[in-house]
Design a protein around this ligand. Structure first.
Ligand SMILES: *[C@@H]1O[C@H](CO)[C@@H](O)[C@H](O)[C@H]1NC(C)=O
Ligand SMILES: *[C@@H]1O[C@H](CO)[C@@H](O)[C@H](O)[C@H]1NC(C)=O
Ligand SMILES: *[C@@H]1O[C@H](CO)[C@@H](O)[C@H](O)[C@H]1NC(C)=O
Ligand SMILES: *[C@@H]1O[C@H](CO)[C@@H](O)[C@H](O)[C@H]1NC(C)=O
Ligand SMILES: *[C@@H]1O[C@H](CO)[C@@H](O)[C@H](O)[C@H]1NC(C)=O
Ligand SMILES: *[C@@H]1O[C@H](CO)[C@@H](O)[C@H](O)[C@H]1NC(C)=O
Length: 634
């Protein structure tokens, strides 16, 4: 689910002249050569056949240290401890016996460490639970959100959803880190508890490498998405706000909207002319930080039609870089602590989105209405089509599109590169840069079986579970060191301060319906008609573009016509009905076409449930290779 608010509501402003942008395609850094990578599966607790009380029998786990379930549920793997030998994971323990059985503490969502070096903890298990059995007065008023587990750089604390687990100054991985030493504190943001929802409900918290700052996203009730940055401050004895228990407060919060209007809108209009502003800071969904913490990583407004990518903005200068540019869809991403590499979860291996986004260097105009559709067709129900891609810090460029981390394997069921096992969020690098961890989920009904033409695979994982954690070793690398962490100021200079009591901007932006032209960055131009939604006054409901020898990139010349209109099926703001007509030809270094069938292509897609239902076809052909849309329901 992703709505790029800054794109849906674009501002009419004087053409931005300030700001900077760097397109990776224009960097002259030589791409790295592919390197050898070994992938193995990491151990998890044993699997109980059911969730029923007592289903985790001594036969299944003789040490009585818990069992996990078959289904993914709230499972999520995170990152490494500083030694690179452990990975933090949020599991759901099931089938525990009732209290007072000592094994009853292995129940519900818990934070565990798993061994990544083939050894075991002193009790013989390759995992240990960090949160199980913590005395209740050391874990008061915990927040139910337990996603995105993350080890602090110090190795002594962990982020566990909207909570922080603290092992009293000892390493989480050490034998000295026991339940009676552990405290777990909720994270508190005053903005969300005053009842007005003025900041939205925080989601997907990410820790800055300085162990002190955080970034997060939020959704408001009407479907707006906003991103924030702030500092964690321990509050041992709060007197206001819920919960009145020892907690971490988020202070010095910035809304990651540029204060400078000229840096807000990805598309600006001046008179009758449109301009795509690549220097605009469009933090649609925050995804984390660079290895040095000098950049914020985010899903931003596209630079090319229907091509959703990860961008980075410098914390202080506001300079924007595009990290991925492959036409396929990118989302979760993680940098190496040496700041030289990142790994991105991307659909490029499956080529899921090429039918829509495969033609390069079309300006992102139809996206004004189609961006939700473009970011919804990437999934089928719960199935993601992601695999981990290793890319150097300069990003995709030229013919360089990184290296698939798990390319090795024979594609058989359960192999490292089995396409039925799909990457999930987030991947991570070890501190020394020689290892990557990521996790995957197996395709399950209704994304397979029944009416779906894809037969459901039988899980090859232990106990038939449908999730697994994978360790990739970059075997030719020498261990390195994290770079010095960037010193972030109290407030981000380009962002909007958001102290308690702040209210969100009332989407003051609007690109007005009307007729425009846009000039190619290299040559040619296009006529653009932005049509008003017949139902929602003021909203742009259709975009029509006619290209005349238009070129945004040397060697790629576009002629033809494309028109997309999108109805939002109110009251459900997430449901889109899309009518698409394309007849575009690209010449130069490629011969490409983007064409709809006679009568057009008509898609209904819901941004939350992600089920593809279309009539007609949209096909992209590049140098004779045809990319077709998915079949309905797949
Ligand atoms: C804490 O727990 C450990 C292991 O369960 C035990 O050895 C130790 O005595 C406990 N310490 C205290 C102060 O209760
Ligand atoms: C940052 O937050 C702290 C704690 O709330 C406050 O004392 C300080 O004044 C804030 N800094 C700025 C620049 O507002
Ligand atoms: C592999 O999985 C497919 C479903 O994707 C299934 O049809 C096939 O029988 C499985 N093959 C083996 C050898 O288990
Ligand atoms: C805008 O362009 C459309 C299609 O070319 C045309 O029908 C319409 O009259 C134009 N509107 C204005 C205000 O020029
Ligand atoms: C586009 O370029 C071609 C080839 O250079 C030229 O023949 C044609 O007239 C141009 N069309 C327009 C509308 O500029
Ligand atoms: C496709 O066609 C069917 C039958 O005419 C219609 O019921 C359905 O609404 C159409 N779907 C879309 C997305 O246009």
């Amino acid at each position: 689910m992703r709505i790029l608010r800054s794109l849906l509501s674009v501002i009419t402003i004087a053409v931005a002249a300030s700001g900077q942008d760097v397109d990776a395609a224009s960097t002259s850094q030589r791409p790295p050569r592919p390197e050898p990578i070994d992938v193995v599966e990491l151990p998890l607790p044993p699997v109980a056949p059911s969730r029923a009380e007592g289903a985790c029998t001594p036969l299944i786990n003789p040490r009585r240290t818990g069992c996990i379930g078959i289904e993914t549920l709230s499972f999520q793997a995170g990152d490494f401890t500083p030694d690179g030998n452990h990975v933090i994971v949020n599991v759901e323990f099931v089938g525990a016996p009732a209290a007072p059985n000592p094994a009853s503490i292995y129940a519900g969502e818990q934070l565990i460490l798993i061994k990544a070096d083939g050894t075991t903890f002193p009790n013989g298990d390759p995992w240990k639970c960090l949160s199980c059995g913590v005395p209740p007065d050391q874990a008061r008023s915990l927040d139910p959100e337990r996603d995105y587990p993350h080890v602090f750089r110090s190795g002594k604390k962990a982020l566990w959803g909207h909570n922080i687990l603290d092992c009293g100054g000892v390493d989480l991985a050490s034998d000295g880190c026991t339940a009676n030493r552990t405290h777990i504190y909720p994270i508190h943001w005053p903005i969300t508890v005053d009842g007005s929802g003025r900041g939205g409900v925080p989601r997907e918290l990410r820790l800055h490498p300085d162990d002190v700052h955080m970034g997060w996203s939020s959704f408001t009730a009407n479907g707006g998405q906003f991103c924030y940055f702030g500092r964690l401050q321990f509050n041992a004895n709060p007197t206001v706000g819920e919960p009145l228990a020892p907690r971490y407060d988020l202070v010095n919060v910035s809304l990651l909207d540029a204060r400078d209007e000229k840096l807000r809108a990805p598309i600006a209009a001046e008179g009758g002319e449109l301009r795509v502003n690549r220097a605009a800071i469009t933090v649609g969904e925050l995804r984390g930080f660079s290895g040095a913490g000098d950049e914020i990583l985010y899903i931003g407004a596209p630079w090319e039609a229907n091509n959703i990518d990860v961008l980075a903005v410098h914390v202080v200068t506001g300079a924007v870089r595009r990290l991925t540019s492959h036409p396929d869809y990118t989302d979760p991403v993680a940098f190496s602590p040496d700041n030289k590499w990142f790994v991105a979860m991307d659909t490029r291996v499956s080529q899921r989105q090429m039918w829509m986004s495969g033609m390069r260097w079309l300006p992102p105009l139809v996206d004004i209405v189609a961006v939700t559709a473009a970011s919804s067709t990437r999934n089928n129900h719960e199935r993601r089509f992601f695999q981990p891609i290793l890319i150097d810090r300069y990003g995709d460029r030229g013919d360089y599109f990184g290296q698939q981390v798990n390319a090795g394997g024979d594609g058989s069921n359960g192999s490292a590169n089995d396409p039925n096992w799909n990457g999930r969020a987030d991947p991570a690098f070890s501190h020394d840069g020689t290892k990557i961890v990521y996790w995957q989920a197996l395709v399950v009904p209704p994304a397979c079986g029944g009416a779906n033409p894809l037969p459901c695979p039988v899980s090859t994982a232990e106990g038939g579970r449908t999730y697994r954690v994978m360790l990739a070793r970059l075997t030719s690398r020498k261990p390195g060191k994290p770079v010095k962490v960037f010193d972030v100021p109290d407030y981000i200079p380009w962002a909007t301060p958001f102290p308690p009591g702040s209210t969100l901007p009332e989407s003051p932006y609007s690109l007005l319906p009307g007729n425009y032209t846009i000039r190619g960055r290299v040559s040619g131009d296009a006529d653009v008609v932005l049509g008003e939604d017949p139902v929602i006054a003021g909203r742009i409901g259709s975009v029509s573009v006619t290209y005349q020898n238009y070129s945004d990139e040397r060697g790629y010349v576009v002629n033809g016509h494309e028109q997309v209109s999108v109805e939002i099926k109110l009251p459900d703001v997430w449901n889109n009905l899309v009518h698409w007509y394309s007849d575009i030809v690209q010449t130069g270094v490629v011969r490409a076409t983007k064409k709809t069938s006679p009568g057009g292509f008509h898609l209904e897609i819901h941004a939350v449930t992600n089920v593809f239902q279309a009539n007609g076809t949209l096909t992209t052909t590049i140098n004779g290779v045809e990319y077709k849309q998915p079949a309905n329901g797949t």
